[in-house]
Design a binder for this molecule. Structure first.
Ligand code: FEO
Ligand code: CA
Ligand code: CA
Ligand code: CA
Length: 607
């Protein structure tokens, strides 16, 4: 995250072609293997996975479903041992249970298994023989191994903790919540904890049609269907736990949609949800320390036409590693200023929605961070501080923030934002194309580069679009001016990471490119230089199996391994356990898994 932007150093690998093979493809000279998959035992007493004998108590001790964000934090100076920390975003019940009847007919035990398949896993891992290969530690005490699920107790911090908007029958003080849901992307903090974004939490709740009228506009703004008791695709979790019924517990939905922080080094610690960072469909949070010592978190709200946010802490980082430093840093995200981005454009009148480059040769402009809160007080007229933090989308609407094309992951050297796509851009009644979202019905997305005026706690910035994704033969694409005949096609950027040279690594979700017969190419992992003469030279590094999303990748700090999250293989309409669309990784039914890729010759990732 702190690497200097690079000139493309180290990216000499031969790109793989776009393909639709039901396996993981890596470049010549690389090896890959499954590190851990859904159901693998991680806690003491966990049974081996058996798809025909699942139980909530087994799943609570096994690796969860649909791994997304991941990071490896070190357990020693040489990084020979580490903790793999992984989000489990959501469940595909039809791919988890044989003969799954769906919706209301699901058994309560199936619902309880799904609740335990959400959350996070912390797993001890170790390097194999000093190489870039890694394996899960399967012997000894493994005292750090941990599962967080949809029922793990967590507490709220910050200005909205205890707010009436967070109070429920089970928690009349509004300070304690059970579980985390839809943990999508995340971030590592400089003090060694892991942040996790609660994204599409709306899908778990039912009964909003019976919620109090006063609560309905906010529920609707967060994507909860207020027109019927059971929206389509409902999991009917109210039958397993009444807190998912908004008729009975209208505030329960307000207790999800936060940034959660967990200390992987302390398996007994209580995870916290930080209200100061606002509530929306949090993709993740990229944390960086400004020269002032204040901690800055960049965050995206992944929804068509939603916003980009930034949090700046009131207090400064304690740079030591003593217990008291760590304890002090643990509270950094509890108070600060929450901003939303408003962009200015340099060529606004030339944008026609086709993606045609303006005459100044760049999609670019200026920008302003509009504060929504400061010093524990609301800056939005008519909204109290807890309303701004719990209903942040409504506050940002009033502040006049810029509607964006699904802000997904953000990573910082300069600041990069993956804007994944926006099929509704420019359609009837919706925001038209603008310079930062230059294509109507945007299928392929773009990457935005943001440079603060001064330091990360600045209130103004400049931005540009170095990459407008798609098939390079499509004139609406842009690769920072690089020769388009020499770049890989790329579609739907979702997650970002940097290697040790500062090259940007882009994971994709929802590749909308097809081969000549109309078959979709699979998602993948791409590397691109962001400085120097190779800026914009996108190269495909890896592709994932059928129906899978390339959800997240982490190039380890020694640049010898990349750990990759293969999410929802086989997620194709109509596919089931017995009629799988993908048989990866074991040849029978599909299982989400984390893989590791390395060079057996000891070379660097990217070479
Ligand atoms: Fe879970 Fe926005 O991807
Ligand atoms: Ca321009
Ligand atoms: Ca994502
Ligand atoms: Ca996504």
């Amino acid at each position: 995250v702190s690497a200097k932007p690079s000139s493309g150093a180290g990216l000499t690998f031969k790109p793989i072609p776009p393909n639709h093979l039901d396996t993981v493809i890596v470049p010549n000279g690389y090896e890959d293997k499954v590190l851990i998959r859904w159901g693998d035992p991680i806690l003491p007493g966990a049974p081996e996975f058996d798809i025909d004998r699942q139980s909530a108590s087994a799943q609570a001790r096994q690796f969860g479903y649909n791994n997304d964000y991941l990071v490896v934090v070190p357990l020693d100076r040489r990084l020979s041992r580490g903790l793999l920390v992984v989000n489990h975003e959501y469940t595909n019940e039809e791919l988890m249970f044989r003969g799954y009847p769906g919706g209301a007919a699901a058994t309560v035990e199936q619902m309880r298994v799904a609740l335990q398949a959400h959350g996070m896993s912390v797993v001890e891992v170790e390097r194999v023989d000093g190489t870039g290969e890694w394996q899960v530690v399967t012997r000894g005490r493994r005292r750090y191994n941990r599962r967080l699920t949809a029922t793990t107790p967590m507490s709220f911090t910050g200005p909205a903790a205890g707010s009436p908007l967070l109070r429920t029958q089970a928690d009349p003080r509004g300070v304690r919540v059970l579980g985390s849901l839809n943990n999508c992307s995340g971030g590592l903090t400089p003090w060694g904890t892991v942040l996790s974004g609660e994204e599409n939490f709306n899908q778990y709740f039912v009964g909003a049609e019976g919620a109090p009228a006063a609560a309905k506009p906010a529920l609707a703004r967060y994507g909860i269907d207020i027109s019927k008791r059971y929206p389509s695709g409902s999991r009917y979790w109210d039958k397993a736990d009444a807190r998912f019924d908004l008729t009975k517990n209208p505030n329960e939905a307000n207790r999800f949609g936060w940034i959660m922080e967990v200390d992987p080094y302390d398996p007994d610690s209580t995870p916290v949800k930080h209200t100061a960072l606002g509530r929306f469909k949090h993709e993740g949070a990229a944390v960086v320390v400004a020269d002032s010592g204040k901690v800055v978190a960049y965050m995206g709200d992944d929804e068509r036409f939603d916003y980009m946010y930034k949090f700046v802490s009131d207090r400064t980082l304690s740079s030591g590693n003593s217990k008291s430093d760590r304890e002090s840093n643990r509270h950094l995200l509890e108070s600060g200023t929450l901003y939303v981005a408003k962009l200015g454009f340099t060529s606004a009148s030339e944008i026609d929605g086709s993606g045609k480059l303006p005459s100044d040769g760049a999609f670019n402009g200026t920008g302003r961070w509009i504060p929504l809160t400061r010093g524990g007080k609301s800056l939005i007229a008519g909204m109290a501080i807890d309303e701004v933090l719990v209903h942040t989308r409504l506050a940002a609407d009033r502040a006049g923030a810029t509607k964006m094309d699904r802000p997904e992951d953000i990573e910082v050297s300069k600041v990069y934002v993956a804007l994944t796509n926006n099929s509704n851009r420019g359609t009837a009644g919706q925001a038209p194309a603008d310079e930062a979202a230059p294509r109507n019905s945007n299928k392929h997305g773009q990457v935005l580069e943001l440079i603060e005026d001064g330091d990360h706690d600045s209130e103004t910035f400049k931005w540009s679009l170095p990459i407008v994704c798609g098939d390079p033969a499509d004139p609406s694409t842009y690769f920072a001016g690089y020769d388009k005949t020499k770049v890989s096609p790329i579609s739907c950027p979702d997650n970002l990471d940097f290697d040790a040279h500062g090259n940007l690594w882009i994971s994709t979700d929802g590749n909308a490119l097809t081969d000549p017969s109309g078959t979709n190419y699979h998602d993948g992992l791409f590397a691109v230089a962001v400085e120097g003469e190779d800026r914009g030279k996108v190269k495909q590094f890896l592709s994932v199996p059928r129906g899978a999303e390339q959800a997240s990748a982490a190039v380890l700090p020694d640049n010898r391994s990349v750990v990759v999250s293969v999410q929802h293989p086989g997620e194709i309409t109509g596919a089931t356990v017995d009629k799988p669309a993908s048989t990866w990784p074991d040849g029978d039914f599909a299982r989400p898994a984390v893989i590791v890729t390395w060079r057996p010759d000891g070379g660097e990732i990217g070479a």
